[in-house]
Design a protein around this ligand. Sequence first.
Ligand SMILES: Nc1ncnc2c1ncn2[C@@H]1O[C@H](COP(=O)(O)OP(=O)(O)OP(=O)(O)O)[C@@H](O)[C@H]1O
Length: 252
Amino acid sequence: MNKILSGKNIVKTYGIGREASNALNGVNIEILAGEFVAVMGPSGCGKSTLLFALSGTDTINSGSIQFGGKELTRLNENALADIRRTKMGFVFQQPAMLKNLNILDNIILSSVQENRKNTAGIIRKAKTLIEKTGITGLEERDITEVSGGQLQRACICRALMNEPEILFADEPTGALNSKSSEEIMDLFSDISKNGMAVFLVTHDAKVASRADRVLFMNDGAVRSELFLKKFNERDMENRVNQVILRMRDYEI
Ligand SMILES: Nc1ncnc2c1ncn2[C@@H]1O[C@H](COP(=O)(O)OP(=O)(O)OP(=O)(O)O)[C@@H](O)[C@H]1O
């Protein structure tokens, strides 16, 4: 498999002078095309900072980040924004959409802004995603008229509209009940099987157990990785236990 994203010796410092502290302390990471990677670690260990660094959302102090053959740290803000818009998708813990638009309009908004001539094609694509994510029938609803899990699925549809090469998800199930959370994980699993890489930050062993590989971070560095591909996909109990055992090793 081709590697699509790699980070070498990533250092990210917040604050200056005596107040300065490293949120990332020389992180090395590689993500393959279509690979589903979960990142775990105690609060404040640098998971979100790593997500923002790898996606070019935030600058780093030193190190290298290669995405699709390009060195992200050398690109200007416009070039980075282009890559984020066309090749990356983002999902966050709190599903957020515009209040004055219905679910469908929220999903298609940025695609229509980019290509006003093909609205019909964009709506067709959105409807396919809406069906895949199981929220058919909710297109015309106001965003306040759906559940948190349904809104998160709509956010995932929006993130998938431009067929990104990688989906970055920061605690996407953090605000959901366990049933919705499982449904969202089924979706992520399908997404990665269809060739899109997923980089997911989570505190939840059950969620992480769905990934191909789990990275364990502590104090701004990746300390360990667990390959879950060798364990039967259906034996969820075993996969979750593997994750929990490793979390104990790293006091997570
Ligand atoms: N904008 C900022 N300014 C200063 N320090 C920051 C900023 N963002 C994060 N930090 C610090 O960097 C460290 C890593 O934060 P980060 O949010 O990446 O942790 P995390 O592992 O995602 O935590 P959590 O699981 O609680 O979300 C923490 O010590 C945090 O306080």
